[in-house]
Every structure is written in C-alpha cells, then in structure tokens.
Unconditional design. Structure first.
Length: 89
C-alpha cells in the first residue's frame, strides 16, 4: 500500500473546502432568489438607517443609489436589482 504524503493531504483538504464553499454559495443564491425586493429592503436597508419614501426618487435615482449602497451593504447584483425594482414601483 502506498503512503500518502502531506502535500496530497493538503490538496485533498483544500479541494473539500472549495467544494463546501461552492455548495454553500448555491444554497445562499436559492435563498436570495426566493426573497422579494421588499424582504431584501427590510433586511438590508432598514437595519442601518431609515430609508426615504420610495416616491422620493425616480427609478434612475434609485438605480444610482442602489449601486452605491450595493458596495456598502455587500449586496449581490440580484439583491440590488430586486430592491431597486421594489423601490421604483
């Protein structure tokens, strides 16, 4: 029987970690996909500050605000799109 060296064990462990991360990322994407813009808005925007009325800004302005806040709130593109769509109704 062949002995497995430390390099091989490290590669196996790293591969297992990468697979776990990929699987977890897919689960998170499904959870986000199931949420509405209103839910995402409540979970992400209102946790830090009171947001203005959706009627306060046009769709274009909300889109710009969404791009700015996406970075600050660490939102995905899909989350930002849903929130902007909700606020632009």
């Amino acid at each position: 029987m062949k002995k497995i060296n430390n390099k091989t064990w490290i590669m196996i462990a790293a591969s297992a970690i990468l697979v776990a991360i990929a699987i977890n990322g897919c689960v998170e994407s499904k959870l986000v996909a199931a949420k509405s813009g209103a839910q995402l808005w409540a979970e992400n925007c209102q946790r830090c500050h009171n947001t203005p009325s959706p009627n306060s800004f046009s769709h274009e302005q909300w889109a710009t605000i969404g791009l700015h806040m996406q970075t600050r709130a660490q939102l995905t593109d899909k989350e930002r799109e849903k929130i902007v769509a909700f606020l632009s109704q």
